[in-house]
Design a protein around this ligand. Structure first.
Ligand SMILES: [Zn+2]
Ligand SMILES: [Zn+2]
Length: 100
């Protein structure tokens, strides 16, 4: 369930800095409405299940904790974005084929 959700959003890799440390990665709400969404859907397995049921909708991305915090503290944009590390960030919203 977790593997499928991460695979759908690009695998175990931070979409911002490329960090591949699985334990520090989280599924982030691009639109920063995570709190309201968590209230509605839940976290962890509940979130993975919801994503699967919804067909892995756009609006989510994989972020490491550092980038997640950076984004929260920096008004929704990770500080990395002032000096982009990834050449083609537009690719990160593409939902790859669903692996179930
Ligand atoms: Zn990161
Ligand atoms: Zn970052």
């Amino acid at each position: 369930m977790k593997d499928a959700a991460y695979a759908a959003y690009g695998g175990y890799r931070c979409s911002c800095c490329g960090d591949m440390d699985e334990i520090s990665l989280t599924i982030d709400h691009v639109a920063n409405d995570g709190y309201a969404h968590r209230e509605k859907v839940g976290t962890g397995v509940k979130l993975y299940r919801w994503l699967k049921r919804e067909g892995y909708p756009a609006g989510f991305q994989i972020l490491c904790m550092l980038c997640n915090w950076g984004k929260a503290r920096n008004g929704g944009v990770c500080p990395h974005w002032s000096t982009p590390l990834l050449p083609e960030p537009q690719d990160r919203f593409r939902v790859s084929e669903v692996i179930s």
